[in-house]
Design a protein around this ligand. Sequence first.
Ligand code: FO1
Length: 328
Amino acid sequence: MESTLPDGRYANVVLLAGGVGGARMAVGLAHVLPAAALTVIVNIGDDDDFHGLRVCPDLDTVAYTLSGQINRQQAWGVDADTTRALDMLKRLGAEKTWMTLGDADLGLHLYRTQRLGAGMTLTEVTGEIARAFGIRVRLLPASNEVVTTHVRVEDGVLRFQEWFVQQRCNPRVFALHVQGAASAMPSPEVAAAITNADLIVVAPSNPLLSIQPILEINGVGARIQSSRAPKVVVSPLIGGKAVKGPLDRLMKDLGWLPGNAGIADIYGSLLDGMVIDRLDQMDEQGLTARGLDVLCASTRIAQPEDAERLACHILSRTWRKNNHERRA
Ligand code: FO1
């Protein structure tokens, strides 16, 4: 369905993306922007090693989704994948088989691990994968260095996938720590994309688990903050509930206000604008009072045509900068 194309007001759009919400917003923007106008900067804090292979869930979810390979009802992994290799690993008593890695998915992990082992950067390998998948927008890991999100729970500290997949997000979260973020550098491509951006969209990803690990990489948050581009977040909550994943409970665990006010608090002075769902129209006044430019639109974007429609709304607006000092 042909969306009314935006009037080309933004030529260098950067999307900060986590997994599912990031992939869906990337699809919408990629379908309405010229390929050269979109750069997707993806979280790498969920990355981990399984069976000697480097697995990058958020990069892969975005790549599989943009190339139409995603398993849509899982929102991760390759559609109609099999698990013959994983079944063999389970039979052999291998560790970490709780992470369901399908056969086709393992093909990608084998390739990436081999290329990294040959000395290529994660940015270079991601570029090769994107090209092989026919993805024309730029897909960038937030850094070429290893950055690992850890989750502090009552009994200790878990690596992200141990909490998210093995423990199924059950243990109450006391703190998050992104190991390596303070010393990791953004890639030159990420730094340049942010500097050249004329619009920065924060995807409806989990701000705490997926976006903060990007912002905490050395200098990235500051570079985004000082960018001339308006920074606009698409709320990951509708009616105070997460569209997908553990966000609303996590916000309570970590003491954030529930709802869109809490999302605005988490991002603080970084934001100029916010897109909230029509259901949350009553939040508009409070958010505007914080100096935010608020757009009310449907933020349910699981279907590509809905994501395209939201992308057009976002790209057709002249976003006002939020001069935070004006706020009381
Ligand atoms: N999520 C699950 O809930 N269970 C899994 O077994 C699982 C396997 C998996 C394999 C590859 C991959 O790229 C993603 C996978 N995910 C799985 C999702 C993953 O944990 C999340 O996508 C992110 O890390 C959080 O957004």
